[in-house]
Structures are given as C-alpha cells and as structure tokens.
Write a protein that binds this ligand. Structure first.
Ligand code: HEM
Length: 576
C-alpha cells in the first residue's frame, strides 16, 4: 500500500500527500511533458517526413562509443567538453540543482557521463533555440516517453511523431478564445471556493498549507475544464486522484529500477506494487472511459468554426472532452481520447499549483513588493466583491509579472528531456567549440540553468518581477538577441521576447498547449487570495526545499498564517 498521510483527512488531502511523496522523479518527467498552444502549423514538417525510430542497438552502440571516448582519453566525436566524476553529486538530490555548478564551470553545452549513461546538458539560449525551434523533429521525448507510456499511452506528451502530429492539430483548436473567455469564469468560481475555505482558517488563526490549497484548486479546475468532472478536492478526497498519483509514483519507480521486471509474465499479478498499479490504472481507465461514453451520448456539431464561435454561457457541457468528441474524425479511437485526457490531467494541474506556491513564497520574502501588488489588485478590482474578468487580467500586469518571475526562478519542469533522432550540429552559442549531438544521444535542456544564467539575467537569483519591463543585452552570448520588453505583448514575456532565455512553457512545435489557460488561471487565483488575505510564512524559508520537479517537498508544504485584509479601494481610502 502506498503510504498515506493523515493530515486534514476531512478536506481530502490524502491524495495530495501521496503526490507529495511520490512526485520526486515523476515531476521531471511529467512536466517535461508538454508543448505550444501557439505553435504555428508551418512548424510541422511535410507529410512525408518520418523521423527514423531509434533501435535498441543504436543506443547501446552509442553508449559504448561515448564511454570509450569519455574514459579512453580519445577525442570525442561530438566535440563537447566532458564533465567527469560527478556521480556522487547527482544522486540523492534534485538533478537540476546539481547541474548548475557544472554549467558555470563548463558552459552552455557539456557532456555528462555517469554510470553507463552519457547525456548532453544544454543551457545556452542560442543552442536551445536551435533544438526547440529550428530542429524540433530531429528529437523525440526519449526516456520520458518510455516512462510515461504505460500511463499516458499515446497522449500528446509521450506520443511518437505520427500520432502527435494529428492529435496536436485536433487539441490546439480546443483552446480557442471563446472557450478561454468562458474558462475565466470557471477560474473565478473555483478560486472563490478556495478563498471562502481560507476564511475559517483565518478566523481560527490556523496554519494552512498553501501548496496543498493551490493543488486542490488547480485540480478542481482541470477536472471541470477538461472533463466537466467535479473532483471537489477543495472539500473532499478524490479516489481517482489518489490512483493517478500512485501511478506516477510507479512510473518513477520504473524509471530508476535496474531491469523491467514488470514485463515478466504474471509480474503484475504477483508483485504487490505491480498489482496495485494495475488496480489503480483500472480505476482511472474506468472513470475516464465512463466520461467519454457519457460525452458521446449527446449529438453535437462537427463544424469547427461553429464550435469555436458558440456562446459558452448557453452550453451545458463546455469541457474540452465535449469539444474533442464533437470534432473527432472517424479515425480517433476512444483509447486515444483517454490518453489525451489523462495527459491533460497530469500536465495541467500540478504545474499551475507549483507556480502559485512559489509565487506566494517569493512574495512573502518581499513584504514591500507584496503590498504594492495588493494595492494594484485593489485598484483594478475596486470595491465589489467579484471575480476578475478577462479585461481585469489584462490590467493586472504586476500579478502576471509575479507569476512569470516565479516561473523563471522555479520552472516546472526544470529540465526538458529529448533524444536525438539524427546527428545535429549546434551553433556555437557562448562556447568556442562546434558541438554535434549524435543520433541516439539523450539530451537535458536545463530550463533551470537558462532561467538563472548570469549571462542572460541581471541579479538572476533575485525575485524581481519588474525586470521584465527592462531590456537586457549581453553581446558576450554570441547571436543572442537579449531580452526586449517591446516584444512582450501577450499575457507573459515569452521565448520571443527573451530570445529563448525564458522558456517556462517550452518553445517551438512542442510548446505547452495550456500556456494561456495556465496564465489566466494563475493570475486569477493569485489576485483573489492576495486581495483578501495577508500571508506570513510560519517556517524558516531555508526549510522550504525542492523535489526533482522544483515543487516543495517538505512535510508541511508551504505553511502560512492567513489574516483577512481590507482591500484599500478609492472608497475605503476616502472614508479614512
Ligand atoms: C504553469 C503551468 C504550466 C507549465 C509551467 C507548463 C509547462 C509545459 C512545458 C515546459 C511543456 C513542454 C515540454 C517539452 O518540451 O518537453 C509543456 C507541454 C504540454 N503542456 Fe503544459 N504547462 C503548464 C500548464 C498546462 C496546462 C494547464 C495544460 C492543459 C490544460 C498543459 C498541457 C500540456 C500538453 C498537452 C503538453 C504537450 C504538448 C505537446 O507535446 O505537443 N500544460 N507544458
């Protein structure tokens, strides 16, 4: 049995604790699993393009060559600096943290060898631009796909190219403007639940774990938005979510185990943890299949334009599932729909919860800044006790900047995983050598290093949301255009404004499809809690640690004391 925590059983927190314990490795994986709502269709290669699938022997032969080159003292074919003897640093803690000092020593591209594994670490914006934007189809998700496949099947994140191409074309239109506008109301409604729930804690002077609360609200949001299913996790426990977290834990276990014993006949019936995994997958599949069947009972229009322009206030089931059922072609199977839903569920809630958690954590370290942000919220929201509209979100720029800055300092995922499908010669970037990524090689794109690089950011360790309003240039990084605030035109300063130094949602063809959704959701939730409460961290900030996925992993999460505050609006100011 998976260990379950006792905390707040009445509020259904068990699942979140299961998650907290289990996510260590999975976060790297589960988060390294997403891509761009705005990825242009032109980014897709032509119909005949078929990336060659790597064979097992390719990978073995690559390893052997790499190991001989690394340890045999011969010049390496890839020409990358080799970082050696770091095995001790890499075990027992989050790998992305351990890689940072090596980035500072070896630069934006270096090769890391530990055990039989050799992989390339990329932390230079020019090189990352080449991989994500210029050559996205020279790579697949490699080890990430292998680990996630048993859970997400052919979902967008682990899907092989041929499946991904078709599913992406169907999923992206689901995130259309009319739907996102409607979602703004849902985000307000769910955040309102969170806020009302905090009232009692504020009255009682109770210490609350805000990580847990943010997880609950983001989970409820993703359930309603994607399946029209109410997890109700702000108020109760959800068995399906316990099952999801348990399966993610199993994925973590499998990613680190020496041999795939679960493939041995009957292993899933005999080994207790494998039996439990099977049972949990059954719970998840039954729930998702039930939802799919329910959605299929209703006839809907198949016209994409009509779907995208409908009046969502009059639609009974505005979920993404409904949309996908309506526009599905004859070739889309129920199992493909299941995989898509599962992917959204995993990709779309902890990521947002993490940025809210870290954003609040950073603001609590900066009380003056917190006051300034609260004053901005008061000004935009006025006296009414209402939820933010789309227009308000445009005006709540400082809140959006805080979210972006939290994503810079605590990106989720902190590493993107790829495997080379063909040899790729990289631009020089900040380094002197011209490095070649060799077919079969595993790649870590360190978002963490990029976001904290002193070459790309002024005082990179500082939480300074308004940095995104100032330009930054460094001719020392060859061919890097720097950060240009004039190119920051959407909800957040993206990879274009930063020329790939800021990629919290990834970039290129496989960028996150939920970036706008997440920014709207996080801005509303953050604005609503900051408007109503003052927060005080009740533990030493140094005790707040990170898992592999940059989420908080202490038993207490983000423990805070919450106090009701009176919004300072024009009317209240005049009364004073
Ligand atoms: C703050 C919140 C979020 C962050 C930081 C985030 C981050 C990311 C990143 C970095 C990727 C690219 C991974 C890679 O290149 O390997 C990605 C992909 C993806 N994300 Fe997100 N994400 C967030 C929210 C969401 C939401 C709300 C959804 C859905 C409702 C979502 C769905 C996806 C999907 C389906 C992909 C895979 C796209 C593909 O491969 O074509 N994400 N995400």
């Amino acid at each position: 049995m998976v260990a379950r925590a006792r905390v707040h059983a009445s509020r259904g927190v068990d699942a979140r604790r299961v998650r907290a314990r289990g996510r260590a490795r999975v976060d790297v994986i589960a988060r390294a699993v997403k891509e761009p709502s705005s990825a242009p269709e032109e980014a897709l290669p032509d119909e005949n393009f078929k990336p060659e699938q790597l064979k097992f022997q390719d990978i073995v032969s690559l390893w052997v060559t790499q190991i001989l080159q690394t340890y045999g003292g011969k010049e390496s074919k890839d020409n990358a600096p080799v970082c050696e003897g770091v095995i001790d640093d890499l075990v027992g803690g989050p790998i992305f943290l351990a890689l940072y000092p090596y980035f500072r020593r070896y630069g934006g591209v270096f090769k890391l060898a530990f055990g039989p594994k050799v992989f390339m670490v990329l932390s230079d914006p020019v090189i990352v631009r080449e991989v994500l934007k210029e050559k996205p189809f020279s790579f697949d998700k490699g080890v990430l796909a292998e680990i996630l496949e048993p859970i997400m099947g052919q979902g967008l994140i682990p899907a092989p190219y041929a499946v991904w191409k078709n599913r992406r074309r169907q999923l992206v239109p689901g995130f259309h403007k009319a739907w996102l506008d409607h979602m703004v109301g849902l985000f307000g409604h769910c955040s309102n639940e969170l806020v009302r729930n905090l009232d009692k804690s504020a009255e009682d002077g109770e210490v609350v774990d805000m990580e847990e609360r943010f997880c609950s609200v983001s989970l409820d949001i993703i359930g309603l938005a994607v399946f029209n299913y109410d997890f109700g996790s702000v108020t109760k426990e959800s068995p399906i979510i316990s099952a999801v977290y348990n399966c993610l834990q199993e994925a973590a276990h499998r990613s680190t185990f020496y041999f795939p014993y679960w493939n041995i006949p009957f292993a899933t019936d005999i080994v207790p943890r494998q039996r439990e995994f099977k049972q949990n997958m059954k719970i998840i599949n039954e729930t998702l299949n039930g939802l799919i069947q329910k959605a299929q009972k209703f006839e809907g229009t198949e016209d994409l334009e009509e779907l995208q322009n409908r009046d969502y206030s009059k639609v009974k089931d505005p979920s993404l599932l409904r949309f996908l059922v309506d526009i599905r072609g004859a070739d889309v199977t129920d199992s493909q729909l299941r995989d898509d839903l599962m992917t959204m569920l995993i990709a779309g809630h902890e990521t947002t919860a993490a940025v809210l958690t870290w954003g609040l954590f950073c603001l609590m370290q900066n009380p003056e800044l917190m006051k300034r942000i609260q004053a901005d919220i008061d000004e935009v929201m006025g006296d009414d006790d209402r939820t933010p509209t789309y227009d308000d979100i445009q005006k709540l720029e400082s809140v959006r900047l805080c979210i972006a800055e939290a994503l810079r300092l605590y990106p989720e995922p902190p590493i993107l995983i790829r495997r080379c499908l063909e040899d790729v010669t990289l631009p020089k970037g900040a380094g002197d050598a011209e490095v070649t990524l060799i077919k079969g090689m595993d790649i870590f794109i360190s978002v963490w290093n990029l976001h904290r690089s002193p070459e790309c950011w002024e005082n990179p360790e500082e939480f300074d949301p308004f940095r995104f309003k100032r330009p930054f240039a460094n001719p020392g990084v060859k061919d890097w255009a720097g950060y240009n605030p004039e190119l920051f035109t959407g909800l957040y300063p993206n990879e274009v404004a930063s020329d790939f130094a800021f990629i919290p949602f990834g970039a290129g063809a496989r960028k996150c499809i939920g970036d706008q959704f997440a920014m709207l959701e996080a801005t509303i939730a953050m604005a609503m809690v900051l408007r109503r409460y003052d927060f005080e961290l009740t533990t030493d900030p140094k005790d707040i640690g990170m898992t592999m996925g940059a989420t908080i992993h202490t038993e207490k999460g983000l423990p805070c004391r919450v106090r009701r505050r009176q919004p300072v609006t024009t009317a209240t100011a005049a009364a004073v």
